[in-house]
Design a protein around this ligand. Structure first.
Ligand code: GDP
Ligand code: IMO
Ligand code: MG
Length: 427
């Protein structure tokens, strides 16, 4: 058996959580492989709406193994809040959740360092979610991190040594007054550590590989999106992990030849939250219309998301980097009211047309659009692909032709049920 991977092809918030929840019944185990509580994955079903930050989106289905892999970074405070929120809704997940010993911990001072760093950057800030992601991965790569497996032995000493070091940086480098903020959250942080100890803490690379050996199926759930990847995203306006498919190998401990299907998920248009280039961004009424119709406000920070048309130059780049085998198109219903819909098929830079995603997305990059007719139909009630309006079929066909990848799911609303599986015609 192989691990199927589901990941975002844009700048995050494509709807990964919803689709992982929809696909979970087909799998034995679901695992997160990178990122941390910068993620906000929204699930809606049976009048429940839940935003997950650290816990995999397979958690609401019975008898499924959910794994937080070694590539993930965990904030015990956020983790505890998530568990409490699930308990409040009547879900006890303690038996189904497994946490890698090798996952790194976000310390309270990592969050403060994130805040201090963004403040110091001023106008050039990244627009981080301020969850401590960058500083935690920096400590991991710098071989200074603390891992889940560390919490069982002499943990307080290890913690104090790390935090003392962070205090020096906060004070000397940033002149950041950390004491009050640190005092306010340390107790809660250690309560979170106590809670984590009550879960299955394991060498998750063995669990995943053993599951495959036993013929069990595993779905890996990406966080963020390909254009936020630390190597290939719009650097430096990126997150601090490998969000691409290769990240599933390092973030779970599986070999590249163990990757099966790669589900690439994208919105029928485009959004971005935080700073950084966005060639098809619409700073006008059309952008506002997309934001309103799509409720485009961050699941983690509540910030308004920047909106624009679908960008096939960027999408093709993402498909290439990930080896996408199937495309999943989200939020088609958000375009229901548009007379016409634009798709970017190339960039013009200094009078030249390029179709390859460039090193730098400068202000000079101007999108070249084709315009397709809108469907002017309420898609949210549709239950079958045979009910698709002709214009929606044309929109999907155009994307398939331009990318060479099949669209196998179209999502027409936030609810679990509003998901249409598309049969592809036999060759
Ligand atoms: P993720 O981070 O990729 O899991 O995505 P988010 O949960 O941050 O953002 C996606 C948002 O769109 C959430 O509010 C979802 O409930 C919502 N959503 C998902 N699919 C659809 C859809 O097909 N149509 C509409 N209108 N909303 C959707
Ligand atoms: P999900 O998994 C959208 C963005 C931030 C910022 C940049 C760096 O819900 O799709 P970080 O906190 O990682 O230092 O922020 O990345 N960002 C996301 N944008 N969805 C996310 O996750 C994101 N996680 C980080 O807004 O621009
Ligand atoms: Mg999100």
């Amino acid at each position: 058996m192989k691990v199927d991977v589901l990941l975002g092809l844009q700048w995050g918030d494509e709807g990964k959580g919803k689709v992982v929840d929809v696909l979970t019944p087909k799998y034995d185990a679901i695992s997160r492989f990178q990122g941390g509580p910068n993620a906000g994955h929204t699930l809606e079903f049976n009048n429940i709406k839940q935003i997950l930050h650290t816990i995999p989106s397979g958690i609401f289905r019975d008898n499924k193994i959910n794994i937080i892999g070694n590539g993930v970074v965990i904030d015990p405070i956020v983790f505890k809040k998530e568990i409490d929120s699930l308990k409040g809704k009547g879900f006890d997940i303690s038996g189904n959740l497994y946490i890698s010993k090798k996952a790194h911990l976000i310390l309270p001072t990592h969050r403060l360092l994130d805040e201090a760093s963004e403040k110091a950057k001023g106008k050039t800030k990244i627009g981080s979610t301020l969850k401590g992601i960058g500083p935690t991965y920096r400590d991991k790569i710098g071989r200074d991190g603390l891992r889940i497996g560390d919490i069982v032995n002499d943990f307080e000493d290890k913690y104090t040594a790390r935090v003392d070091n962070h205090k020096v940086i906060l004070e000397k480098r940033y002149g950041f007054d950390y004491e009050k903020a640190l005092d306010a959250c340390e107790k809660e942080w250690f309560e979170g550590i106590t809670l984590i100890k009550s879960f299955n803490i394991i060498d998750s690379e063995h669990l995943v590989n053993n599951l495959l050996k036993e013929g069990k199926s595993v779905l890996a759930e990406g966080a963020q999106g390909t254009l936020l990847d630390i190597d290939f995203g719009s650097y430096p306006f990126v997150t601090s992990s490998n969000t691409i498919c290769a990240g599933a190998c390092t973030g779970l401990g599986i070999a590249p030849n163990k990757i099966g299907e790669v589900f690439g998920i994208f919105k029928a248009y485009c959004t971005r939250v935080g700073m950084g280039p966005f060639p098809t961004e619409l700073n006008d009424e059309t952008g506002d219309k997309l934001r309103k119709a799509g409720h485009e406000f961050g699941s983690t920070t509540g910030r308004p998301r920047r909106c624009g048309w679908l960008d096939l130059v960027a999408l093709n780049y993402s498909i290439m980097l990930n080896g996408v085998t199937q495309l999943i198109m989200m939020k088609a219903d958000v375009l229901d009211e548009f007379d016409t819909i634009k798709i970017c098929v190339g960039y013009e830079v200094g009078g030249e047309v390029i179709e390859q995603f460039p090193f730098e997305l400068s202000e000079e990059v101007k999108p070249i659009y084709v315009e397709l007719p809108g469907w002017k139909t309420d898609l949210t009630k549709i239950t079958n692909q045979n009910e698709f309006p002709e214009e929606l079929n044309s929109y999907i066909n155009f994307i398939e032709e331009e990318t060479g990848a099949p669209v196998t799911i179209a999502s027409v609303g936030p609810n679990r049920a509003q998901t249409i599986f598309i049969e592809t015609e036999e060759e």
